[in-house]
Write a protein that binds this ligand. Structure first.
Ligand code: NAD
Ligand code: UDX
Length: 468
């Protein structure tokens, strides 16, 4: 069996960084080099101060501390790392296209193609190329053609090995994955490549959790997994509106259906809407693929998950406006949280961005506290929407380092991220310093509603019988 001695990973992001750190920690005999064209990101990965790593993930600092400089390296010299490696992971971003055919739907594969062409140009020995990025089904075929037709005559095996980690629990997910999926060519060399990668994971993952499939099944399973997970969130969010209208309570409904072992209890938490870099992008990608095969009903079915999610975010913002006597003009609305979920500094597609944008359209003054997201990031997120000038965004957004100053004098508080610390704040103190009536809009249903109501707050929770 091929023994892997050197791994290169192209892309030092939320997936490449943590995944390679764990692979290196568990395989001290393998040299793992993570490369990126973003010099600032690589410098941050190499920062001696582990609190300054470019991404925040609980437990990541410990893993990096153990492996970095021993057999884990972060570098900007992509050619050198490709040249030396037996196995190359492609872990670059695959965002939704913002131009041309498939704009707003299809995955933009330009970074993937650039990687394939770079590998083809540099490689002088046989390589196993692993798709770690989430890709449309049959991308491996395109990568293979580029490698074979523009390369130096060396031979390539392409594997699909999608990543299922969730942010905020990445290290835990990598250490103890439900499964590792490896798709490969159905040939002797294909199977040999699959086993080479399986042995890397075999250092800590039990064999029965390493699933071998053909390449297309593996590619499509990743999009399907994210579509199913997002669908559950949109399904419970759809029910949350029905609960509000009918007097049912969405937490009780979720518990009741979740105890059915066929349904299961996970991913049934009603919220202000799902965010993150994956769900929306991957569903759009699935919808686009279905459309290109002429499968319109399939496409429409999955698109509804996004439509419901957009509605949930909009509905939350509208609820704030109607509750605050139909105007938020110049009112201070305090946001607790900006990240798309707790325990991450990632804000991509976070519901907070869209809720803030809607409220700014109504001329509200948004004051935000998030324990991990920088002011610069929040402003970049708003500017990216292109709804108004960046000066106007700066006029309407104030970022605080202290939650209590963010909340002081607010007309309303909106919880956008489920950070644990929000539950432990001194809510009596907050109430005393707020405008009255003091409204709380709990977009994550994390606060103790009874306790807040006893203090005097008027509370709106997702999917509950609420103030009208
Ligand atoms: P990211 O944007 O955090 O990181 C990607 C990195 O690739 C960037 O640092 C970028 O500079 C680098 N890059 C792009 N082109 C390059 C090139 N030609 N050479 C060298 N470096 C290059 O993205 P991410 O969140 O890590 O996601 C990567 C892939 O993994 C995507 O396909 C995504 O869908 C998938 N995925 C993400 C998650 C997640 O939770 N973020 C989970 C599972 C799968
Ligand atoms: C997701 C997938 O879970 C992961 O397997 C894949 O590799 C990448 O995409 P991630 O986006 O990091 O991971 O986080 P996830 O925990 O799935 O949450 C996504 C969004 O859904 C968040 O905004 C979260 O707050 C929201 N969510 C999740 C809910 O609103 N309710 C839930 O019950 C679960």
């Amino acid at each position: 069996m091929t023994q892997i001695k050197k791994i290169c990973c192209i892309g030092a992001g939320y997936v490449g960084g943590p995944t390679m750190a764990v692979i290196a920690q568990k395989n001290p005999q393998i040299q793992v080099t993570v490369v990126d064209i973003n010099e600032e990101r690589i410098a941050a990965w190499n920062n001696a101060d582990l609190s300054k790593l470019p991404i925040y993930e609980p437990g990541l600092d410990t893993v990096v501390a153990e492996a970095r400089g021993r057999n884990l390296f972060f570098d900007t010299n992509v050619d050198k790392a490709i040249d030396e490696a037996d196995m190359i992971f492609i872990s670059v971003n695959t965002p939704t296209k913002t131009y041309g055919k498939g704009k707003g739907m299809a995955a933009d594969l330009k970074y993937i193609e650039l990687c394939a062409r770079q590998i083809a140009r540099v490689a002088k020995t046989d390589k196993i190329v692993v798709e770690k990025s989430t890709l449309p089904v049959r991308t491996a075929q395109a990568i293979k053609r580029i490698l074979d037709q523009t390369g130096n005559g060396v031979s390539y095996q392409i594997l699909s090995n999608p990543e299922f980690l969730a942010e905020g629990t990445a290290i835990q997910d990598l250490m103890n994955p439900d499964r590792v999926l490896i798709g490969g060519e159905e040939s002797d060399t294909g199977r040999e490549a699959i086993e080479a990668l399986a042995s890397v994971y075999g250092a800590w993952v039990p064999q029965e959790r390493i699933l071998r499939t053909n390449v297309w099944s593996s590619e499509l399973s990743k999009l399907t997994a994210n579509a199913f997970l997002a669908q559950r969130v949109s399904s419970i969010n759809a029910i949350s509106e029905l609960c509000e209208a009918s007097g049912a309570d969405v937490n009780e409904v979720a518990k009741a259906i979740g105890m059915d072992s066929r349904i299961g209890s996970k991913f049934l938490k009603a919220s202000v809407g799902f965010g993150g870099s994956c769900f929306q992008k991957d569903i759009f990608n699935l919808v686009y693929i279905a459309k290109t095969y002429g499968l319109d009903e399939v496409a429409d079915y999955w698109e509804q998950v996004i439509i419901m999610n957009d509605f949930q975010k909009r509905r939350f913002a509208e609820r704030i406006v109607t509750t605050l006597f139909n105007t938020v003009n110049d009112k201070k609305i305090a946001f607790l949280g900006w990240a798309f979920k707790k325990d991450t500094n990632d804000t991509r597609e976070s519901a907070a961005i869209y809720v803030a944008n809607d409220l700014m359209e109504e001329e509200a003054q948004i004051h935000v506290f998030d324990p991990k997201v920088t002011e610069q990031q929040m402003l970049t997120d708003l500017d990216y929407l292109n709804t108004r000038s960046s000066e106007a965004n700066r006029k309407h957004l104030t970022v605080h380092q202290d939650p209590y100053t963010a909340l002081e004098n607010a007309h309303g508080i909106a919880v956008l991220t489920e950070w644990d610390e929000f539950k432990t704040y001194d809510w009596q103190r907050i109430y005393n310093k707020m405008q009255k009536p003091a409204f709380v809009f709990d977009g994550r249903n994390i606060l103790d509603r009874k306790q807040l109501e006893q203090i005097g707050f008027e509370v709106y929770s997702i999917g509950a019988a609420n103030i009208k």
